[in-house]
Design a protein around this ligand. Structure first.
Ligand SMILES: [Zn+2]
Length: 429
């Protein structure tokens, strides 16, 4: 939305007053903003730029970070003790000069008094590399050109990062070995029709469609407009997957869960939301699903739903994926022990219609879940033995594996991107 010049001026004054107030509490204050030209400064690219840059701020700010939003665009203020203004400025200049989005960022540093610290050298123009003052004086580029450069640069960076993180998260899940009868690099587990190579091909085929779910979320943050778009991208992903696997369903459940998660993240970014709003956004999206129309009345899942009130992934999705957030909270580091224990938690938490079908009876289904949920710490021998047992009964925990990949993605994304107030960036929601 275009702001009036007076509103922009007022927002700048309010920011300057907040900075003055914060200077009393620390040696240095940094003000992080996106350099957005023109009258509309609250565009998604501003939130994206700050979100990607925020994890580069030195840790241990002495006061809680201050998040400002208004006509002059979003800004973050961080106050430091024991870090001199010149040292802080040096670090911020280095981040501006080396991060792919650094050219779109203004990180102003203030000491306890006086004006903000400035650079020795002029920053180059985004478009042509000449000194900025020269391009400004000669009016070398139109507002439209400058804005398009910012938007393309930020969107391309986002898409590249999301694509790489999806690839990494799928790999986190796929390479975990042993894994209770799921496909690994060395073993097809309880899935004779699948192997590592097939899963890799399926993952590569669906990734571009999944990436688009984030960008659609940014463009259409309203759940009612977004959901049908996610659904059609989900269909496209599934068609690409079946083409790559010769018709085998390697990642249908993952497309559903990760697609919703990516759409919800995009929706939050698009409206400058916070991580804490993620479950609500997921619930708003899943509220759009017409579950009755999903599996046909004859499927095993539907039968279980009718006869036993068995919720399957529907219940988890409708609740805003609480098990996914619990799993993500276990992935502070991503390694075999933490991934295995996150998977164990998911198997215990989720109702899995595929597992129920394979188990063949409620008794065996419960026994399988309880046996795995009883694993309290990472014990490679116990996990190998339990995997042998699961394989011997052809059990599969595909639903939990899908959410493990989602949790790994969320954990990885949260390291490079910070939404809203940092202290809200907790998965214990
Ligand atoms: Zn220029």
């Amino acid at each position: 939305m275009n702001a009036f010049p007076d509103d922009i001026l007022q927002a700048r004054e309010a920011r300057a007053e907040t900075i003055t107030a914060l200077r009393r509490f620390g040696e240095s204050v940094v003000c992080l903003r996106a350099n957005v030209p023109g009258p509309d400064k609250e565009i998604p690219e501003a939130f994206l730029t700050i979100g990607f840059f925020l994890p580069l701020l030195p840790p241990n700010a002495s006061e809680p970070l201050v998040f400002l939003q208004g006509a002059d665009g979003p800004a973050v203020l961080a106050t430091y003790k024991g870090l001199s203004p010149s040292e802080l400025k040096k670090r911020m200049i280095q981040a501006e000069d080396t991060h792919p989005l650094g050219r779109f960022v203004d990180a102003d540093v203030f000491g306890s008094e006086g004006p903000s610290l400035s650079r020795d050298s002029q920053r180059p123009c985004w478009l042509c590399g000449a000194p900025v003052w020269e391009c400004t004086r000669r009016k070398r580029h139109s507002l439209g050109e400058i804005l398009a450069c910012l938007q393309t640069g930020v969107r391309t960076y986002l898409e590249t990062q999301v694509d790489a993180l999806i690839a990494a998260a799928l790999q986190d899940e796929l390479t975990l070995d042993p894994k209770f009868g799921l496909v690994t690099p060395t073993d097809s587990g309880s899935h004779p029709d699948m192997d590592y190579g097939l899963m890799k091909r399926a993952g590569e085929a669906i990734r571009p469609h999944l990436v688009r779910m984030v960008t659609e979320g940014i463009r259409y943050p309203d759940p009612e407009s977004l959901f049908p778009r996610l659904k059609s991208l989900g269909w496209e992903a599934e068609i690409a997957m079946r083409r790559a696997t010769g018709g085998i369903n390697a990642y249908k459940g993952l497309i559903f869960s990760l697609g919703l998660l990516l759409g919800a993240l995009g929706s939050l970014i698009g409206r400058g939301g916070r991580y804490a709003e993620l479950p609500d956004t997921l619930r708003a999206l899943t509220a759009q699903i017409r579950w009755d129309a999903q599996p046909s009345a004859s499927t095993f899942g539907s039968q279980a739903w009718r006869e036993h009130g068995f919720g399957g992934i529907r219940r988890e999705a409708a609740a805003g994926f609480p098990a996914l957030f619990r799993a993500a909270a276990k992935l502070e580091t991503i390694d075999s022990p933490s991934l295995t224990m996150a998977l164990v938690g998911l198997i215990g938490d989720l109702e899995d219609s595929v597992l129920l079908k394979r188990a063949g009876s409620w008794e065996r289904y419960r026994e399988a879940k309880e046996r795995i949920a009883a694993i309290r710490f990472y014990d490679p021998v116990l996990i190998r033995d339990t995997t042998q047992w699961a394989k011997s009964l052809h059990l599969s925990f595909g639903g939990a594996a899908d959410l493990l990949a989602c949790a790994a993605f969320l954990s990885r994304f949260s390291r490079i991107f910070a939404f809203g107030p940092r202290w809200d960036q907790s998965f214990a929601l």
